[in-house]
Design a protein around this ligand. Structure first.
Ligand code: ADP
Ligand code: MG
Length: 325
């Protein structure tokens, strides 16, 4: 007999993630109880991933478990917050225990790495969907936001955007690559790395920050419109990985870097006076200076022949006849 809901919760979702001494009551009661941190502010975020929309429906449970936590930790990273807890809502078409065990293992590894305790959730039957709510801490008034970029600020990005989009294209047979290049691009899509340490280090340094989920250019537009500014992005300074260049070539790799999506890198702004401090952060993760914030409220892409529609990023409710999402 397949396990029932309570057996599943007991086996896979109880006592998971980091052990934290600020958790007074965890999985098993009607709600969790945690102790607030004196003098700090609580940062909360929720993100849902849906099979066939955010990941291919046949993705291994391990990658789905990793992804649902990673995309949420990425939101905390973009706010500069230190992660603490997570609540998990899991909707499953069937109690496929092998898949659930993989899911729980992928979730667990990431939760422990970032010191996050799984303190509750809900388990239901339906089309495969995973939702997490994460909570974490920032110092008073210290949260990074999208809305405080100023004209003259530098524009920075972490890592090598575009790799994850290329990895998804490989999975969907829209891009061909072999050997170690293929493996690395697939890994970048399947195992996104939330830039938590970088986000925390940017508190008090960056003026504005956003995580890139829908494509760098579109997310830059969101940051600019929230700040009431524009940007000049120098495409020739966009860091592109050797693997992306090898698989996609010069021109398509630029499109992946600007519009690929699923990167979960941080895009942030800072006054030029902070340049040395930011370059020092390369010990955490590589960061690149890619442009400047302007007073004119529009995003200009320089140095590459690109269509304007790249700037608009991904929108779930927009009609797109040739797009499977
Ligand atoms: P309720 O009937 O109050 O909704 P449930 O029976 O759904 O409670 O859940 C029992 C306990 O298990 C609760 O503490 C809940 O937070 C926890 N729980 C349920 N599903 C999950 C999950 N997927 N991950 C973590 N905790 C879960
Ligand atoms: Mg319930």
């Amino acid at each position: 007999m397949p396990p029932d809901e309570f057996e599943l919760i007991g086996r896979y979702f109880t006592g998971r993630g980091a052990l934290r001494d600020d958790v007074r009551l965890s999985v098993g009661d009607d709600a969790a109880v945690v102790t607030p941190r004196a003098g700090a502010e609580l940062v909360l975020a929720l993100d849902t991933i849906v099979a066939g929309v955010h990941f291919p429906a046949d993705t291994s449970g391990r990658f789905v478990g990793h992804r649902v936590l990673a995309v949420n930790l990425s939101d905390l990273a973009a706010m500069g917050a230190e992660p603490a807890w997570v609540l998990l809502g899991l909707t499953l078409p069937a109690a496929d225990e092998a898949w659930i065990a993989e899911f729980a293992a992928g979730f667990e590894v990431l939760a422990r790495r970032f010191g996050v305790a799984l303190i509750g959730g809900d388990t239901t039957r339906g089309p495969l969907t995973a939702t997490a709510t994460v909570g974490g801490w920032v110092g008073p008034g210290a949260a990074l936001t999208r809305s405080c970029a100023r004209p003259g600020d530098d524009l920075w990005v972490s890592g090598t955007p575009g790799d994850a989009g290329a990895g998804l294209a490989i999975l969907q047979s829209g891009l061909a690559a072999g050997g170690a290049t293929r493996e690395e691009l697939l890994r970048r899509f399947l195992l996104p790395e939330p830039r938590v340490g970088l986000g925390m280090a940017l508190c008090g340094v960056a003026s504005a920050c956003i995580d890139i989920s829908d494509g760098l250019a579109g997310d830059l537009e969101k940051l600019c419109s929230a700040s009431g500014v524009g940007a000049q992005l120098d495409c020739l300074r966009l860091p592109r990985s050797a693997q992306l260049l090898e698989a996609a070539g010069e021109s398509a790799s630029m499109r992946y870097a600007l519009a690929g999506g699923d990167d979960y890198e941080l895009l942030f702004t800072a006054p030029a006076a902070a340049r040395n401090r930011i370059e020092d952060l390369t010990r955490l993760v590589p960061v690149s200076l890619i442009g400047e914030i302007t007073a004119t409220p529009s995003v200009e892409l320089e140095g590459a022949q690109l269509e304007r529609d790249l700037v608009h990023g991904f929108d779930h409710f927009k009609e797109r006849p040739d797009d499977p999402r």
